[in-house]
Design a binder for this molecule. Structure first.
Ligand SMILES: *Cc1c(COP(=O)(O)O)cnc(C)c1O
Length: 431
């Protein structure tokens, strides 16, 4: 996020941002604007300025703002019961879990663990992988075994809690917290030889490391700048996991819930038949703006490794979040928003390249998780230009802008965004 404020900031925005910094720890830098209300793909700040939102709360607001069916579901649930703890269950929670297992195409006996965020979904996955790792023969101390390892990818992002952070690549956000969870190693994303070598270091006694319990990866590395892993590489990961009895954890926190043109990115045609995960984590878009996340364990045997007391959270799966989730998934289904994500994404990527603006070198992404590569490192300057011209985009890397609009965006919305992007001065200074 930008640290400098710009001259066009309105009086109300300035006033509130001054107060913001008095009472908030400065982990996010100064927010760009103070927002007031939204409708569809549009949001208004406290000075009344309107923005077309092509970030959607970082791929969260699947249905845009104030979708009537979402508002109705959340209001009605709030009026009934909002929270009950996991000593009790609710209908929406049970329905949402069943629906997620079905949408993921997970086999009979697959089960969900709910958390409240992406990081918590990944914590659950890493903990389940740890329990699984203890069942591997190479991890048994009595026969010279070593603790099982977990492999993560360079440039991967899995969250900020200590466990998820241990599997998150970016050294400047991870290193200050060392030492983190041990036995998590990074392999170079996309490098088959590196992965093979990591697996082949497993061995008994003095001669090797512990077995690999799991590999965790994103099919499109979102925070790294919307960088897809190659289909062949992902299939290779799956094969090595199979041969070595390791689990494949696919983090679909950003790619999932329809954003990339399927319910989950692992269901894309180019991967189908090749890649079924053992665990999928989800969050961001699942409840359309309500904090909610979790993990699906594929198959009864794996799911059964969590037993009473293994894991938990006070808020997990609460009725309000579950109602928001059910409403979100329902609208995505009823309004064919996955097909819309695919079509609008194509329109956006194609449209950027035909603007003829020399700033844009190439586009990448799938559905409505996209990025444009910029000619020089001026992503923050472009983001600020767009903001001042009524369009919210995200400077995801020094040389790249990310687009993650709500799945309800229309062809006209995309045209409106393209009109702003077309006119971005190609000679903006480097950040
Ligand atoms: C955002 C994100 C997370 C972390 O989610 P939080 O809700 O911020 O904890 C984890 N993995 C991926 C791929 C993400 O994009």
């Amino acid at each position: 996020m930008s640290t400098e404020q710009n001259e066009t900031l309105g009086a109300e925005d300035s006033k509130w941002l001054g107060e913001y910094s008095q009472v908030h720890m400065n982990v996010f830098g100064t927010p760009l604007r103070v927002m007031d209300h939204g409708q569809g793909a549009h949001i208004w700040d406290v000075d009344g300025n309107e923005y077309l939102d092509f970030l959607a709360g970082i791929a969260v607001n699947s249905l845009g703002y104030a979708h009537p069916k979402w508002v109705k579901a959340v209001s009605e649930q709030a009026a009934k019961v909002a929270h009950i703890s996991n000593y009790f269950a609710s209908e929406p929670q049970i329905e949402l879990a069943a629906k997620l297992v079905k949408l993921a195409g997970a086999p009979e006996g697959s089960k969900v663990y709910f958390g409240n965020s992406g990081a918590e979904g990944n914590e659950a996955a890493l903990k389940l992988a740890k329990l699984y790792g203890r069942t591997l023969p190479g991890a048994l101390p009595s026969i010279g075994g070593k603790p099982a390892r977990i492999l993560a990818m360079t440039h991967g992002f899995h969250g900020r809690t200590m466990g998820a952070l241990s599997a998150t690549w970016k050294p400047n956000i991870r290193k200050p917290y060392d030492p983190l969870v041990p036995d998590i190693e990074f392999v170079r994303a996309g490098d088959e030889v590196a992965l093979y070598e990591a697996f082949s270091q497993t061995g008994l006694g003095h001669y090797g490391k512990g077995p690999i319990a799991a590999v965790i990866l994103e099919l499109i590395q979102g925070e790294a700048g919307v960088q897809p892993l190659g289909a062949d590489y992902v299939k290779f990961v799956r094969e090595l996991c199979d041969i070595n009895h390791a689990l494949l954890i696919i983090d679909e926190v950003q790619t999932g819930i329809g954003r990339t043109g399927k319910w989950f990115a692992f269901q894309r045609e180019d991967l189908s038949g090749g890649v079924t995960p053992d665990m999928v984590t989800f969050a961001k878009g699942v409840a359309g703006g309500f904090p909610m996340g979790g993990m699906i364990a594929f198959g009864e045997k794996l799911a059964a490794l969590f037993t009473p007391g293994s894991h938990g959270s006070t808020f997990a799966g609460n009725p309000l979040g579950a109602a928001a989730g059910l409403a979100t998934l329902g609208v995505i289904e009823d309004d064919n928003l996955i097909a819309n994500a695919e079509a609008r994404g194509q329109q956006l990527r194609d449209g950027i390249m035909v603007t003829g603006n020399p700033l844009y070198v190439s586009v990448r992404g799938r559905g409505l998780l996209d990025a444009v590569e910029l000619k020089h490192p001026c992503a923050h300057a472009v983001m600020n230009y767009c903001l001042e011209h009524g369009l919210i985009v995200n400077a995801v890397a020094p040389n790249a802008l990310r687009f993650a609009p709500p799945l309800i965006v229309t062809a006209e919305d995309v045209d409106q965004a393209l009109a702003v992007l077309k006119d971005v001065p190609a000679d903006l200074p480097n950040d």
